[in-house]
Design a protein around this ligand. Structure first.
Ligand SMILES: Nc1ncnc2c1ncn2[C@@H]1O[C@H](COP(=O)(O)OP(=O)(O)OP(=O)(O)O)[C@@H](O)[C@H]1O
Ligand SMILES: [Mg+2]
Length: 336
């Protein structure tokens, strides 16, 4: 659906040049919710703005639905952009226009008839749950309501793609979740491809199918959220995930252990999350275990569990336990 090929973006000239993207390749599939996570300054906004050519790459190609946007003239680009909606961290609404007029704005630009606009805007108001606020001005709305207006406006031209630049970063956690649910709902209802950039792992975990980690203008890791989240490889990814697990995982790693014990991280995914594999195996092999830290949560709608345990016993028995739970489908990472 979206394919970036060797995209480089430089700002400024001469000695003051900043390379925000460095030969970046990325493929986003039709109908998926794709997250891009990275620290401040990593190049996230530049990346997403290159996807509709709000920012023109210094070099490289930007393919959307079979067309290389960098090869289009102004008119062709304008028409192609109607298929690519965008929402922003600070909403970017017209402050002197009502909710209704904000949503109608792109439709009037496209010279749609008055009655058609009325019908379309009413549908969108219903979709985002703002019917009763149609005549209010942005200043009279909460942050979450403003973002709903932003979403409705972005959807007005029936796009195939929705780009979200830190769309929930200005919102409190509860409002964030309600906006994320709305995005998921829209994705499922309209098979809309959604690209979402964020610096919060929680956002990725809640609704994304796949994720890419951006660092210093390049993608350092990508894959299914279940893969990247549960088995992070790159130090930057690990930072994001450890940041979320907080102190308790760190404390677990400091638990006392000696030659007759091993620290392991066990990952349960899907239906295995609720299985008693560990205690069964330990009983059979005769090892003891202490649970030092545990999490149970969901990635999108897939349950997972993670345990940091200290296995205690003869080296052979411990080895046997690790092999057994691995063969039962758990992922085991030996931490010491
Ligand atoms: N218009 C610009 N002119 C010059 N440099 C820029 C411009 N926009 C971005 N940059 C630089 O490019 C790099 C990437 O910026 P970008 O805004 O893409 O990062 P980001 O990941 O979105 O950060 P944040 O999380 O803070 O929004 C930074 O070093 C930034 O200073
Ligand atoms: Mg940004």
């Amino acid at each position: 659906m979206i394919e970036l090929k060797q995209v480089t973006k430089k700002y400024g000239k001469g000695a003051k040049t900043t390379e925000a993207l460095s030969g970046l390749d990325l493929t986003i599939r039709k109908g998926e919710i794709f997250g891009v996570i990275g620290h401040s300054g990593a190049g996230k906004s530049t990346l997403i703005r290159c996807m509709n050519l709000l920012e023109r790459p210094t070099s490289g190609e930007v393919w959307v639905d079979g067309v290389d946007l960098t090869k289009l003239n102004k008119q062709q680009l304008q028409s192609k952009r109607r298929g690519i909606g965008m929402i922003f961290q600070h909403f970017n609404l017209l402050s002197s226009a009502t909710v209704y007029d904000n949503i109608a704005f792109p439709l009037r630009l496209a010279h749609m008839g008055k009655e058609e606009i009325e019908a379309k805007v009413n549908d969108l108001l219903h979709l985002v749950g703002l019917e009763v606020h149609r005549d209010k001005y942005p200043a009279q709305l909460s942050g979450g309501q403003k973002q709903r207006v932003g979403i409705a406006r972005a959807l007005a031209s029936d796009p195939q793609v929705l780009l979200c630049d830190e769309a929930t970063s200005a919102l409190d956690p509860q409002t964030t979740d309600s906006i994320l649910r709305l995005l998921l709902d829209i994705n499922e209802k309209f098979h809309l491809t959604i690209v979402l950039i964020t610096h919060e792992m929680h956002v990725i975990q809640s609704i994304c199918d796949r994720v890419a980690v951006i660092h210093q203008g390049g993608i350092v890791e990508q894959g299914a959220v279940t893969e990247v989240f549960l088995k992070p490889q790159h130090p930057v990814t690990r930072e994001f995930i450890l940041g979320q697990a907080g102190e308790s995982a760190q404390l677990a790693l400091q638990a006392p252990h000696d030659g007759s014990s091993r620290l392991c991280k066990l990952t349960f995914l899907g239906e295995k999350t609720y299985d008693s594999i560990l205690s069964r195996t330990a009983r059979e092999s005769g090892v003891d275990f202490a649970i030092l830290q545990g999490t149970i949560s969901k990635i999108k709608d897939i349950p997972y569990g993670q345990l940091i345990v200290r296995l205690e016993g003869e080296p052979g028995q411990i080895e046997q336990t690790i092999n057994k739970v691995t063969s039962e489908g758990l992922d085991v990472e030996v931490l010491d």
